[in-house]
Design a protein around this ligand. Structure first.
Ligand SMILES: NC(=O)c1ccc[n+]([C@@H]2O[C@H](COP(=O)([O-])OP(=O)(O)OC[C@H]3O[C@@H](n4cnc5c(N)ncnc54)[C@H](OP(=O)(O)O)[C@@H]3O)[C@@H](O)[C@H]2O)c1
Length: 332
C-alpha cells in the first residue's frame, strides 16, 4: 500500500474508518465480526485507524482499543472529542461541548477505553460555536503538553476557523467529508491545509455507499440509519442520483476498477496529502476499498468523472438542517 504523511506519522494511504462497526448505518455488528474486520485491515497493511468518543457512545473505542492493543506500536490511532454521549433522564444523548474541561474529560475517557497512554491524532470532532476556537485549542494544546495526545486535528471546520486554531497550535490534519458528490473543501479548506502543512483526511469517501456497485434499498435501511435524515437519500433525490450511476459504472469499467475504487482513487489523485478513510463492516468491501491504492486514472478520465458527479449534478443537500447547523458555514 502507498504511504502518506499526517504530521509526524507515516500512514497507509487509505485508513480505516471504524465508526461503521458500532454506529450510524444500522445495527452495530457483533464484537467478533468487528474484531475480524479490524484484524483484516491490519493484515492488509492499514496503519491509520479512525474512531471517536461519539461512535456507539464509547463502544467503538472500547472495541478498537481491545483489538488493536497488541499492535499499538505499529499503528496511528486517531480519535475525537468535543462530541460525546451524555446521560440524561431518558437515556444518553449526543452533546457538542468544546469547553476545555469537557475536552479534558473526553480525552481521559478515550484513553481509558482505548487502553493506551497516548492518542496519536486527537481531533476536535465539531467546533462548539459557543466556545471560542482558541479556548478549545488551548485545552488540546495542554493535552499535547501533558503527553496524552501527540498531534491535533479538526473536523468540519472552515478555513477561517482552521487558521485561528493553527495560530494556537499546529494542526496536523483536517478531517471533513470529501468525495465526488461533496466538494465543499474545494472552496477554501484544501488550500488552507496546503498552506499550513496540514494533511486532509477525507471521510465518507465512497459517498456513504452511493458510489459502490449495488444501489441501496432505501426501504430496507434500519430505522436508526443516519442516511434516512440525509436529503440525498430521500426517495425522489436518490432516484434522480441513481440516474448518474450507469455513466459512473462505465467510467469504473474503463478505468479497470470497481466503483468504490474509482471514488477512492479520485481522492488519492487529487493530492498526495489526502488520506481517505472509508468505513465498512464487510471484509470483501475492505479488500475492494484498499485496492484503490493501486489504481491509476488518466487525466481525461478524471476530468470526465468530475464533470459527471459533482455538487451541481447531485440532487439534495448532504446534510439535513440539524447536522448542517453543526458544521462550520460549509467551509469558507
Ligand atoms: N469526522 C466526522 O464528523 C465523520 C463523519 C462521518 C464519518 N467519519 C469517519 O469516516 C469513516 C467513513 O465514512 P462513512 O462510513 O460515513 O462513509 P463511506 O466510507 O463513504 O461509506 C460507508 C458505506 O459504504 C459501504 N461500502 C464501503 N466500501 C464499500 C465497497 N467497496 N463496496 C460496497 N459498499 C461499500 C459500507 O457498507 P458495508 O458495511 O456493507 O461495506 C457503508 O455503508 C467513518 O467510519 C468514520 O470513521 C467521520
Amino acid at each position: 500500500m502507498q504511504q502518506r504523511q499526517i504530521g509526524p506519522f507515516n500512514v497507509s494511504a487509505i485508513g480505516l474508518g471504524c465508526m461503521n462497526l458500532s454506529h450510524a448505518y444500522g445495527q452495530p455488528i457483533s464484537a467478533e465480526q468487528g474484531e475480524r474486520l479490524l484484524l483484516a485491515a491490519l493484515d492488509a497493511g492499514v496503519t491509520l485507524f479512525d474512531t471517536a468518543a461519539l461512535y456507539g457512545f464509547g463502544t467503538n473505542e472500547t472495541l478498537v482499543g481491545r483489538v488493536l492493543k497488541p499492535h499499538r506500536q505499529k499503528i496511528t490511532l486517531a480519535s475525537k472529542g468535543g462530541v460525546a454521549g451524555v446521560p440524561f433522564a431518558d437515556g444518553i444523548k449526543r452533546v457538542i461541548d468544546g469547553r476545555p474541561e469537557a475536552l479534558q474529560r473526553n480525552c481521559e475517557d478515550s484513553l481509558r477505553r482505548l487502553q493506551t497512554e497516548v492518542i496519536d491524532l486527537y481531533y476536535l470532532h465539531r467546533w462548539d460555536k459557543t466556545v471560542p476556537i482558541e479556548d478549545s485549542m488551548g485545552a488540546l494544546a495542554d493535552l499535547v503538553k501533558a503527553g496524552k495526545v501527540r498531534a491535533i486535528g479538526l473536523s468540519e471546520v472552515s478555513a477561517v476557523t482552521l487558521r485561528r486554531a493553527h495560530a494556537v497550535h499546529p494542526i496536523a490534519a483536517v478531517q471533513t467529508e470529501y468525495s465526488l458528490w461533496t466538494r465543499n473543501p474545494e472552496i477554501a479548506v484544501l488550500n488552507a491545509c496546503r498552506e499550513l502543512g496540514a494533511a486532509f483526511v477525507a471521510f465518507s469517501p465512497v459517498a456513504r455507499g452511493f458510489l459502490c456497485d449495488s444501489p441501496l434499498d432505501l426501504a430496507a435501511l434500519d430505522a436508526k440509519d443516519i442516511r434516512r435524515s440525509m436529503p440525498r437519500f430521500e426517495p425522489a433525490n436518490y432516484a434522480a442520483n441513481l440516474g448518474l450511476m450507469p455513466a459512473y459504472l462505465a467510467l469504473a469499467h474503463e478505468a479497470g476498477c470497481s466503483p468504490a475504487q474509482l471514488a477512492l482513487a479520485w481522492l488519492l489523485h487529487k493530492s498526495s496529502s489526502i488520506v481517505p478513510i472509508p468505513g465498512t463492516t464487510n471484509v470483501d468491501h475492505l479488500a475492494d476499498d484498499l485496492g484503490a491504492s493501486d489504481v491509476t486514472l488518466a487525466p481525461d478520465l478524471l476530468a470526465r468523472l468530475e464533470g459527471l458527479i459533482n455538487q451541481q449534478t447531485v440532487h439534495g443537500a448532504r446534510y439535513g438542517a440539524q447536522s448542517a447547523g453543526e458544521v462550520d458555514t460549509e467551509f469558507f
